[in-house]
Design a protein around this ligand. Structure first.
Ligand code: ZN
Ligand code: ZN
Length: 465
């Protein structure tokens, strides 16, 4: 059964007014029934339930003979997205990982004849679930080499929002140890084995880890350990898992509300505000020294209203309904093979229809005569400006150190940092003015020759006070 939109709103208000919990994007009757069942057999909770029971406000548990079911809305209690420097413009939206769409953890894990490494597998979907009900994905992207943590894609808690605006971690949720202590696991891998922190449950040092970052203890029980460098989490599966389409099955689907967004080069996320009781959120970022934001609110009928403020001062509104954006992500997972998380940036993604040419994204910053078009002179002026800014010792080249250490106010500043190796055409470890000019000219020619000028027009800039 489905609630009519107005009734949905009413139900949510009652939920807010009642226990002060946030909206669970499932039918209220189903939620209450799940809660009743969970409470009814709490005494017989399996051992695997222990860490999750420490987060009763955000995790709804259920179990049967075979599985522990971990229900959550995918929104942790901590701030999200702050500190990300490689942002795909996705934001965290509540999901409905409840009932049939909950996370399932095998209660009787079975060692596999041969384990499977996460270095070459499991780039789709989660490989573990944190004690607070948030999924944990492979730390390596599905290009098989990019470490999301080192690439600046993760926030201060090791997470970010994926293609379906679904928040997930890519490393171990170390911060949960504060609430869990060292004797409870931080997470469970989807093969049913627990993942402990940096030490053994008794506080002693960890020794003798296998390829998957786990070992068997004195009583013959297998478990994994988190680490501060790769693999951060279970480096694969010691236990049996079913694999389909490059991911562990079964696992929940996230529900998209809009088309996947594209990277915003040079942007850094600086703030996150939330009023969970109103399902209202705001992500703030800085790009080229200017501020931008995405404010959004989720309503009871699963409608999401976005309000974007771009660094150039323009604004845009967007509304969508979760689940109406095509099908749920069963065949097209949040971080799946077609996802934004595939491959690197720049040339390798140029065939992506969602990718807007860099010049069009930054037009208003470089269009000094404000005619809505970028002339070759304007492009070259930006090249000279950014080159002078980065070339700190005036030796006619930008080293990687200069690019990473100097703060330069230019539309191209982030571009140079992120595409350093591509711009450095002769691969001598430094960018010369000529190399930067060549790259800029290629981009400009593509822009100028791409299509008719009408499509190049950006919204008029706001009036300066
Ligand atoms: Zn991700
Ligand atoms: Zn251990």
């Amino acid at each position: 059964m489905r609630f009519a939109p107005t009734l949905g709103v009413l139900v949510l208000v009652l939920v807010f007014g009642g226990a002060g919990v946030q909206a669970h994007l499932i039918e209220e009757a189903d939620y209450q029934e799940m809660k009743r069942q969970a409470v009814a057999h709490k005494d017989a909770a399996p051992k695997a339930a222990e860490p999750f029971l420490k987060f009763p406000e955000s995790v709804l548990l259920d179990w049967d003979e075979k599985y522990l079911y971990v229900g959550s809305d995918g929104m942790p209690a901590h701030p999200m997205m702050i500190g990300i420097t490689a942002w795909q413009q996705q934001v965290p939206l509540p999901q409905s990982y409840y009932g049939k769409n909950a996370w399932s953890i095998p209660l009787h894990p079975v060692p596999a004849a041969e384990g499977m490494s996460a270095k070459t597998n499991f780039f789709r979907g989660a490989i573990a679930v944190a004690a607070n009900g948030i999924p944990i994905f492979n730390p390596i992207k599905n290009d098989g080499k990019t470490d999301t943590f080192l690439a600046g894609e993760l926030d201060q808690y090791g997470g970010h929002a994926g293609r379906a605006d679904d928040y997930h971690y890519h490393v171990a949720p170390w911060h949960l140890a504060e609430k869990l202590g060292s004797n409870l696991p931080l997470a469970y891998a989807l093969d049913g084995y627990p993942i402990y922190g940096f030490n053994e449950p008794d506080g002693s040092a960890v020794t003798g880890l296998d390829l998957f970052h786990g070992h068997t203890n004195a009583t013959g029980e297998y478990h994994y350990h988190a680490s501060k460098s790769y693999p951060y989490i279970n480096g694969g599966f010691h236990g049996q898992v079913s694999v389909r389409g490059g991911g562990v099955e079964p696992q929940p689907n996230a529900t998209p509300v809009r088309e996947a967004t594209s990277p915003l080069p040079g942007a850094k996320i600086t703030g996150f505000e939330s009023s969970p009781e109103q399902n209202r959120y705001r992500v703030e970022f800085v790009q080229g020294g200017r501020k931008g934001s995405v404010a959004y609110q989720v309503f009871g009928n699963r409608q999401v209203q976005f309000s974007f403020t771009n660094p150039d001062g323009t604004t845009r509104e967007q509304t969508g309904v979760q689940g109406r954006q095509g099908k749920a992500t069963g065949d097209r997972p949040p971080d799946g093979p077609k996802g934004n998380e595939k491959g690197g940036r720049g040339p390798s993604r140029e065939n992506d229809p969602n990718r807007k040419p860099w010049i069009e994204n930054h037009l208003s910053e470089m269009d000094s005569d404000r005619n809505g078009k970028l002339s070759q002179e304007e492009m070259m002026a930006e090249v000279r400006k950014v080159f002078e800014g980065y070339d700190g010792n005036d030796d006619g080249k930008i080293t990687e150190k200069e690019a990473n250490e100097r703060g330069v106010h230019s539309a191209m500043a982030g571009f140079i940092r992120q595409h350093f190796a591509e711009v450095d055409a002769d691969q001598d470890g430094a960018i010369s003015l000529q190399e930067l000019k060549d790259t800029a000219m290629r981009m400009w020619e593509k822009y100028a020759g791409g299509s008719d000028q009408g499509s190049k027009r950006s919204p008029p800039p706001p009036h300066q006070p």
